[in-house]
Design a binder for this molecule. Structure first.
Ligand code: NAD
Length: 502
């Protein structure tokens, strides 16, 4: 029987989406819409407006008009809104997970069981940033030239923020942008991905319930062109906070030049896992690494450890265990508890991943398992069986490019120096993993690997820790005090207290 998700759409009460401008839901000015096709079935799940220049302009103006009031609101007002919203997210978690399953196909088994991309993690991020609201400020410094004058710094909200989200982890990424932006006193125009808009629209609807004033968060739906382009080129936007692909990140940096917008970017990765013969459990290291490229998002995760660098002494053992993990993956209805993993998000991504697999084989890498499309009941969906490539050379395309699919490239190494050289031989620098029982080696490697986050014998996401990339994996960090400060400008104020220095 062919898979269908229509019944879940009715259960969740999903209706077509709208834009949110100054507290009012409305269609696009020109009436254009986008039909969202589910990646597991190809069915149209719903429609939402495609915002064009005039809609984006309305949204930016609404955010600007709301700025003074929100920026100057009492700290307790902002703290309470963030905490209330965190509670509303927790209360609405089952419904939000269901809407997400209808958007990007992430199975409920994953969204309810794995913290990193859960509604609970998003709620924790709001609670975390609420704590900075009355603590992030400037300094009073001693006058450098002596004499009697005051030298002070203040932190003030940047202004209107364009927050642009990808489709793969809408709960967490919504929170990583909106919580610090709102906490700092900025107003926002939010653009969800066209492949996960319903989830974001549901979350935004809860903001008003949390007490957020109209116009502080506005939403423009639609694809990169025209909607995203209209937003990143709008002169009224002070900062663009973006999570997504490196290609679009580059375009945002280019577009920011016209008005010198502030930019923060969370981009892709080709993160290595380094496995040594003394790893506490080589099989578990392989299962965990393969898990990051198969479980839940099917490798469509920025921090997936898609490049396993494995010592030659344990290479075969690692490859066998990774293959075992591949065999545990089940595709199907994301609402079924037995479904472990999602389809690829769209047909473009399906063709792209299949192309990487084909070229990997042509380049001489050994395909140990998977790599083909799922057939039968799943033929209408964008499913690719998890692939393990062995005997990979780090110069091959499958070891260099972000595949964003269920594909692991396993590269052999002989000693620690070679492992570090391979780990750092990449344009990216988002994450890395080190598996060894030798604590000194673990820390030595953690220091030598050029990546934003290094996990030793495991990896997890924490809402209060900085997260982001070295090199072409991004600009700036999300999480922690630095992330909050990234939504502020630093102002210096000087005042002589006598006539002497005037
Ligand atoms: P994408 O870059 O295609 O799209 C991201 C967002 O940008 C979407 O909302 C899209 O509509 C918008 N967009 C596209 N073109 C635009 C343009 N010209 N101007 C403005 N906006 C535009 O990425 P995706 O496929 O949604 O997500 C996958 C990518 O995101 C991967 O590269 C992944 O590694 C990255 N990612 C990074 C992190 C991180 O924290 N570092 C987290 C999740 C995903």
């Amino acid at each position: 029987m062919t898979l269908s998700l229509r019944q879940h759409r009715d259960e969740v009460g999903l209706t077509d989406g709208q834009l949110l401008v100054n507290g009012a839901w409305r269609p696009a000015a020109d009436g254009a819409t986008w039909s969202h096709r589910h990646p597991a079935t190809g069915e149209v799940i719903g429609e939402f407006p495609v915002a064009t220049g005039s809609d984006v302009d309305d949204a930016v103006r609404a955010a600007r008009a709301a700025f003074d009031g929100w920026a100057n609101s009492r700290a307790t007002t902002r703290i309470q809104v963030l905490h209330r919203f965190a509670e509303l997210l927790r209360d609405h978690a089952p419904e939000l997970r269901a809407v997400q399953a209808l958007d990007n196909g992430v199975p409920l088994s994953f969204s309810s069981g794995i913290y990193a991309t859960s509604v609970g993690a998003a709620a924790d991020v709001f609670d975390h940033h609420a704590g900075w609201v009355d603590k992030v400020g400037g300094q009073t410094l001693p006058p450098y030239q002596g004499g009697d004058h005051l030298a002070m710094t203040f932190r003030e909200p940047i202004g209107v923020v364009a927050a642009i989200l990808p489709w793969n982890a809408p709960f967490l990424l919504f929170a990583q942008k909106l919580a610090p932006a709102l906490g700092a006193g900025c107003t926002v125009v939010l653009k969800p991905s066209e492949f996960a808009s319903f989830t974001v629209l549901r979350m935004v609807a809860l903001l008003a319930e949390a007490g957020l004033p109209d116009g502080v968060v506005n939403v423009v739906t639609g694809p990169g062109t025209p909607t995203g382009e209209a937003l990143i080129t709008h002169p009224g936007v002070d900062k663009v906070s973006f999570t997504g692909s490196r290609a679009v990140g580059r375009r945002i940096v280019e577009a920011s030049a016209a008005t010198l917008k502030r930019v923060s970017l969370e981009l892709g990765g080709k993160s290595p896992t380094l496995v040594f013969p003394d790893a506490p459990d080589v099989g578990l290291a392989a299962m965990t690494t393969m898990g990051t490229v198969t479980m839940g998002l099917s490798g469509q995760a920025c921090v997936a450890h898609t490049r396993a660098l494995v010592h030659r002494d344990v290479y075969d053992q690692f490859v066998t265990a990774a293959q075992l993990m591949a065999g545990l993956i089940t595709y199907g209805d994301p609402f079924e508890p037995g479904t472990t993993s999602s389809p690829l998000i769209n047909e473009r991504q399906l063709a792209r991943v299949l192309g990487f697999i084909e070229r990997g084989q042509a380049a001489g890498a050994r395909l140990v398992c998977g790599g083909e499309r799922a057939d039968g009941d799943l033929a209408a969906g964008n499913f690719v069986r998890p692939a393990v490539f062995a005997d990979v050379d780090n110069g091959m395309e499958i070891a260099r490019e972000e595949v964003f699919g269920p594909v692991l490239a396993v590269v052999p190494f002989t000693d620690e120096d070679e492992a570090v050289a391979l780990a750092n031989d990449t344009d990216y620098g988002l994450g890395a993993g080190v598996y060894t029982a030798d604590a000194r080696r673990a820390f030595r490697l953690a220091r030598r690997i050029r990546a934003g986050t290094v996990g030793i014998n495991g990896f997890q996401v924490e809402p209060h820790l900085p997260f982001g990339g070295f090199k072409q994996s991004g600009l700036g960090r999300e999480g922690g005090r630095g992330a909050f400060e990234a939504y502020t400008e630093l102002k210096t104020v000087l005042m002589p207290l006598t006539d002497e220095l005037m």
